[in-house]
Every structure is written in C-alpha cells, then in structure tokens.
Design a protein around this ligand. Structure first.
Ligand code: PEP
Ligand code: CO
Length: 459
C-alpha cells in the first residue's frame, strides 16, 4: 500500500477522536496495548472476506447486529448468550426463506466508541463533555466521569477478549447445533406471537434433520450442522486504539486490524481526505462504509476505490441508512454510480440510524414500522435497479428492553421508561428483532431469485 503506515492517519484531519489531557499516560496505555495478544487472527479475517465475496455474487446474505454501544454495566454472560441466540434465530429464519447461507456478524466484542452529535451535553445549567463510549469516558453526568481516561481501554480490551472467548465457545462447542434450535428461544419470547412462528420453523427443521439422519447425515458426521462461523465487528472510530491493535500477519506480511474481523467507517467520519479513510486504506480487513443523506455518490465511489484499489469482492460493504422516507431519493443514484464505476460492493441496509426520533416522553426511539419500511423500501429499490440487496445491519439486543416503539407487543411512548437501558441508540429487543426477520423474509425470498437470474445471465 503506497505511502501508508499504521500511523499515517495522524497526518490527516480527524473527527470524533477524544482529547485526552495526559498525553504521556495515553501513550503508555497505547504502547502496552501493542504488546497484548491480537483478538482475532488474520486467517479468520480472510475467511470472512471470502464468505462476503459470495454475498457480492448474490449467493449468501449478510446479517450484522448487536448493541449500538457495548457497556461495562451490561457485561454479563447471559447478555452475550442472549444476543447470540437472537442472531442465530434471525439467521435461521432468513436461511429458511432465502435458501441461502447467512454470514453472521456481531456488533460485539469491541463496539465501544461513539461519535456524538454534540461535543457537550447540557442538563439544567450544567454543561459537560458528551459521553463517548465506555472505552473513553463514563456515562454518569459529572465532571470526573466525563473526563476521557486512557485506562478504560484496558477494560474494553479485556471485555472484548472474554466476550469473544464465549462467542467462540458457543459457535464451535455445540450450542449452535441445529438439533438444539428449540434451546435458542428466550424465555420471555416464549409467550410472544413470534414464538409460534418460530416453533413452526423448528418443527420443519426437525423433520429435515430426521430425514437427513435417516440418510446417515448427522452432526457427528457433518460439522456444518453442529457449528457456525460467527464474526465480530465495530466502528473503527477510536483510531489510536485501532492503530495499537494493528499487526503484521507473519504469513503474508499484510497489516490486519486484529481488534475485530470487520470494521466500518461511520457516517460522520468518512471524509475522503480524513484520517479514518487513511487508516482503513492500509488494513486487510473487510470494511463497511455507512452512507447517509449527506453522502455524495461520487465521493462514496472514490472512497471505495481508495480502500479497495484492486476491486476485490467482499472487501467493501456499503451500509445505507437514509431513513425510511428517503430511500427512493438517495439510494438509486448511489447504486447507479457504483454500477457505472464497476465497483464490487455488498449492499447492506441499516434501517436504524435514519429513523431515530424523540418520543413524546423524551426518549430517543425508533418506531418499529419505520424500521420495517426502510428495509422494504431498500429491497424494492434494489429490485428495480437490478442490484442485490445483500445485507441487514441492526441495533438489537437479546434483552427484554423497551427502547424502540411498536412491534407485536405495541410498545408505546409511555412504555419506554420501563426498561430503557441503552448507553446510546435504542435497540430492537429480541421479540422485535425476530419479528423483523419474519416480516422481511418474503422480501428475502424474492431477492433470492437474483442469484438464479445472475447465474442464468452468466451462462
Ligand atoms: C452506529 O452505527 O452506531 C452509528 C453511529 O451509525 P452512523 O455512523 O450510521 O450514524
Ligand atoms: Co447507533
């Protein structure tokens, strides 16, 4: 990579990087982090990129989900397990509808830093620096808590490492066995309308497995029935931390950001001449780019070329997040530009970040219907443009929270206060996440005709 160094981003303008008041302490933490073991291995990242290249060709679908911001307070094995369960359930619903493999990517094990709309927050007459994520400062509203503390990166690293350890154990240790789908149901979902639908699916899978078993194909014999690949991702926002986790892969000499398999550049930091694009240009990981109403198609195309000069399939995922009413206005132009340049990308839909409103009770929320509508509109646009809607990117949790309104349980503005736990944006609870998977399964089914058409056109 020409003129790139792991720290060359430091010569570029950067937004949303915290200002620490003790530089010596910051550098000592970063230098120590450089000596810590990588969280992921370069070979895994290459494996993910290979799976993502199949999404580009319409032969797989990407599901990316998890917290808006992980927190130290919510760190608990049950929470990791429950988020993992819901992602598996959503993926199963989608696999069944689309008859396509689902690439499962968590916003987890490192999703800590947040870009904020304002540098300060005011409560009454008191104005303090904004909360920037648990690896930077604390959410409590007092001066000491809001001071960026470099040592919080140690705790974030350690939480990421143990989260990843549990996820690896679940993925490979038998928890994801297709014979155990009935165990993925969360207690509180058992009473929900989604439970019945999921039970029907479980029964169909049990029939298919019984048939396969009779043919001698069991999970003892076929690892694919017993294990899943589960990958991790977060926004590559805190560049000093990402730099310290970036290492040379001794087998190829390439640089990998070993803090996660996949990282993305947020809507507020994707300036072509900015430090975030510069940093991501030199790492081998697959990269996501958020595209919102302010993104210019020609700029997004240039960012893709900068990050992926060889136009490798699976390297770039464009994550559109226009808002349900804005999809038709912005997405077609972006698709046409990317097509015109012949760029290989995955088209993923984030139906969360363009649909945030403030409820009448004062909470940041997202009406479930608007989330569903954005996904439907995005699938519709891809259908008319002849492109493949290849992914879904959601903020969700396995916990029974009340953060997004609507859904089958009709969470109202007044209900939001009862279990509103997010440290940043409102998440779908597991009921709503599963409902979304069912509601868009028809779209996914229609979508799967894409790969058949693509194969026919090529032959
Ligand atoms: C996010 O994904 O949490 C986020 C901040 O998104 P965006 O950059 O799209 O606003
Ligand atoms: Co968010």
């Amino acid at each position: 990579m020409k003129n790139w160094k792991v720290n060359s981003w430091r010569k570029y303008p950067v937004k949303h990087i915290p200002a620490y008041d003790d530089e010596k302490e910051l550098n000592s933490v970063l230098n120590k982090l450089k000596t810590f073991p990588p969280l992921v291995f370069a070979g895994e990242t290459r494996h993910l990129k290979d799976q993502l290249s199949k999404v580009v060709d319409g032969k797989a679908f990407l599901l990316q989900g998890g917290d808006c911001a992980e927190s130290f307070a919510e760190f608990h094995p049950d929470n990791i397990r429950d988020t993992f369960k819901v992602i598996l359930q959503m993926a199963l619903v989608m696999t069944y509808s689309a008859s396509l493999p689902i690439v499962k990517l968590g916003r987890i094990a490192g999703q800590f830093s947040k870009p904020r709309s304002a540098p300060t927050e005011k409560q009454g007459d008191v104005e303090l620096p904004s909360y920037l994520g648990d690896n930077i400062n604390a959410i409590d509203f007092n001066e000491k808590a809001r001071r960026p503390d470099p040592k919080r990166m140690y705790k974030a690293y350690s939480q990421s490492a143990s989260t990843l350890n549990l996820l690896r154990a679940f993925s490979k240790g038998g928890f994801a066995d297709l014979n155990k789908v009935h165990l993925w149901n969360l207690d509180y979902i058992k009473k929900s309308p989604q439970a019945k639908k999921f039970k029907d699916l479980e029964d169909k899978i049990a029939d298919a497995l019984a048939f396969m078993e009779a043919c001698g194909i069991t999970s003892d014999f076929n690892n694919r029935l017993y294990t899943v690949n589960f990958w991790t991702s977060h926004e590559a926002l805190h560049l000093p931390f990402e730099e310290s986790m970036t290492r040379v892969d001794s087998t190829t000499g390439e640089y990998h950001d070993t803090s996660a398999h996949f990282v993305w550049i947020g809507d507020r930091t994707r300036q072509l001449d900015g430090g975030h694009v510069e940093f991501c240009r030199g790492i081998e990981n697959p990269i996501g780019i958020k595209c919102g109403p302010t993104s210019k198609p020609e700029e997004i195309a240039k960012i893709c070329e900068t990050l992926n000069p060889k136009n490798e399939k699976g390297k770039i995922t464009l994550i559109s997040r226009f808002g349900h009413q804005n999809v038709e206005k912005f997405l077609p132009k972006l698709i046409r530009r990317i097509k015109k340049e012949g760029l290989n990308v995955i088209w993923s839909c984030d139906p969360m970040h363009g649909n945030t409103i403030v409820s009448t009770t004062g909470f940041k929320t997202r009406p479930f219907n608007n989330v569903v509508n954005e996904v439907k509109n995005v699938f519709g646009v891809h259908h008319s443009e002849g492109s493949y809607a290849g992914g879904l990117h959601v903020e969700m949790t396995g916990q029974d929270v009340t953060e997004c309104t609507g859904g089958a349980r009709k969470i109202s503005d007044a209900d939001l206060s009862s279990r509103y736990h997010t440290h940043c944006d409102p998440r779908l609870n597991s009921d709503q996440a599963l409902e979304l998977a069912f509601l868009i399964s028809d779209e996914i089914k229609k979508n799967s005709s894409y790969s058949k058409n693509a194969i026919q056109a090529a032959s």
